[in-house]
Design a protein around this ligand. Sequence first.
Ligand SMILES: O=C(O)CCC(=O)CC(=O)O
Length: 263
Amino acid sequence: MPATLSYEVSGPRSPETPVVVLLGSLGSDRRMWDAQVRDLRVDHTVVAVDHRGHGGSEVVPGPATIADLAGDVLALLDSLEVDRFHVTGLSLGGAVAQWLAVNTPERILSAALLCTAARFGEPSGWIERAAAVREGGTEAVADAVVAWWITPARAEAEPELVARLREMVVGTAAEGYAAACDALSGWDNRADLGRISCPTLVLAGDEDPSTPPDVLREIADGIPGSRFVTLSPAAHVPTVEIPDRVTEVLREHLTAASAPGRV
Ligand SMILES: O=C(O)CCC(=O)CC(=O)O
């Protein structure tokens, strides 16, 4: 049973307007895409989504899988009568985007995979983090998580940005966060990367401690014809750290993916 997701649709809605779906990271909500929405909504229908248990979306108790999260997104898009779409996902959202590109290729116009992984390290780390959050809430991990999201230099220069991001993590329901950790613990897409056939952008942050550039390089090497870009200076969430540069690269990707004869 899909969860009911909180989302925002921006920009024109017409049969000719391409739809871009934005899926965020563990412990975030759709505000992490605010800068990209502001730009892309000029000529795209932008659907920014909160994963289950995140932002304003329904919390579903118990472990989830990436397939569950992808099923939520597909149910939402069905309800909005969106058939084909460009998907952009960061980290957890990038795993969901990979799942969609592998399993529903007929619906995916292109994929942008930001600061994500085909496998997020050893499952035990995620299982431990899920337990810590079920016990102590998202407050227990908030400082560590935000320290991975933006570079130390930026965090020092902009404490109010750190505070805003921390508020996003703490605002995530403990069970929602833990269930998403469970989903990450079971995620291993390495064998299926070669099944992704849509135009794909793979984007890394040069100072990302969670999913460093070599992790993204593995994804790009596995997806035929994908484009690999490393942005600098950027940690795990460049959509807020260097928003204009991310938007520029996304725009280039969407334009190339929509070129005549491409889709
Ligand atoms: O919090 C971390 O260790 C990074 C989390 C991660 O890689 C998954 C995500 O940000 O969605």
